[in-house]
Design a protein around this ligand. Structure first.
Ligand code: DGY
Length: 322
């Protein structure tokens, strides 16, 4: 009998046909995220689960799945999964790092460019028929990137690629990490290691590239925003919960900082009437860090490979925990 696999969202056609050859699959097609009670009832008997970052794969959910062998997430982030609980129950967890590094760094850089040059804001003005109000010599001006300081919080895979992009635009690059990278790496990327305090106070724009953990939860809050320059921006393509969103809205409204470029939110999808949506000096993307044709199909390939290995009782190609 074919093993059963549940997907909380559909995947590419090639991926589905591959899955169908091996498994009996069921795909949730309703509004995201799948309600928790539905998710629990759907995975009760399955051997494999394919999930996405907006799904909550918590302890209760994992424990409701009696035959589950593998959770294969279509993402590099895995803070939506209780990895410890999966490990205790000998359930494999697979994820998709590496393939989305360039795409995510590119998105972070495009948010930076957009904020500095006010592209989305101008788009909104034009669509409202307001071009005539932005024709002055010094109104509606952006900022040069050249010579400005980019602070990279977390110089991992994505942070390093972002540094390469910023170097090409002649930005000064500082970074803060748990561990300083090698001198030769610093030299090739043209980056300088600084303390967290210096990163916060010296950057003209801070881009977040650390994972969401207990330690990074609400790492950026009003206390931090108050120490930043009031001309500086925040970019987040990592996880929404690293920023205290309520504080961010207040900091931007009160001009404590200049604005933000966000791809991730405390709750996703962000609601249409969220206070962030009303702010002009904010660029909002719908969690599309990895969303290019090429990257997304590579992620699907890895998601399936991870799933297959886990169902066979083997370690996924990219594995966390057990
Ligand atoms: C991931 O894969 O975790 C990213 O957030 C997707 O953009």
């Amino acid at each position: 009998m074919k093993k059963r696999v549940f997907l909380t969202r559909t995947l590419h056609d090639f991926a589905l046909s591959e899955l169908k050859k091996r498994y009996k699959i069921e795909i949730y097609s309703g509004k995201i995220p799948i309600p928790q009670s539905k998710l629990r009832s759907k995975i009760k008997d399955v051997e494999g689960l394919i999930c996405f970052p907006y799904d909550k794969i918590d302890k209760n959910t994992i424990e409701s799945a009696k035959n589950l062998k593998v959770i294969s997430t279509y993402s590099v982030g895995f803070d939506h999964i209780d990895v410890e609980c999966a490990k205790e129950r000998k359930i494999r967890v697979g994820y998709t790092p590496e393939v989305l590094t360039d795409a995510t760094a590119d998105l972070a850089f495009s948010l930076l460019l957009d904020l500095f040059r006010r592209v989305s804001e101008g788009d909104r003005i034009i669509r409202k028929g307001g071009w005539n109000i932005i024709y002055g010599a010094y109104d509606y001006v952006g900022i040069d990137l050249q010579g400005k300081t980019l602070g990279i919080l977390g110089l991992g895979r994505i942070g390093k690629v972002l540094a390469k992009r910023a170097k090409a635009f002649d930005m000064k690059i500082i970074y803060h990490n748990r561990k300083q990278v090698s001198e030769s790496k610093e030299k090739s990327l043209n980056v300088k290691y600084v303390s967290f305090e210096k990163l916060i106070t010296q950057s003209d724009v801070i881009s977040i590239h650390v994972p969401h953990t207990k330690e990074t939860d609400h790492l950026l809050d009003m206390k931090i925003f108050r120490r930043m320059k009031n001309t500086s921006f925040v970019i987040n393509t990592s996880r929404g919960k690293i920023i205290n969103e309520e504080d961010l809205v207040t900091a931007i409204k009160k001009k404590i900082i200049a604005g933000a470029g966000l791809d991730v939110y405390e709750e996703e999808p962000i609601r249409g009437n969220h206070p962030l949506v009303k702010l002009q000096n904010v660029v909002l993307a719908p969690h599309i860090g990895s969303s290019t044709k090429e990257t997304r199909s590579k992620m699907a390939e890895i998601t399936i490979k991870n799933l297959n290995l886990g169902i066979e009782g083997r370690k996924p190609m990219y594995s966390i925990g057990y």
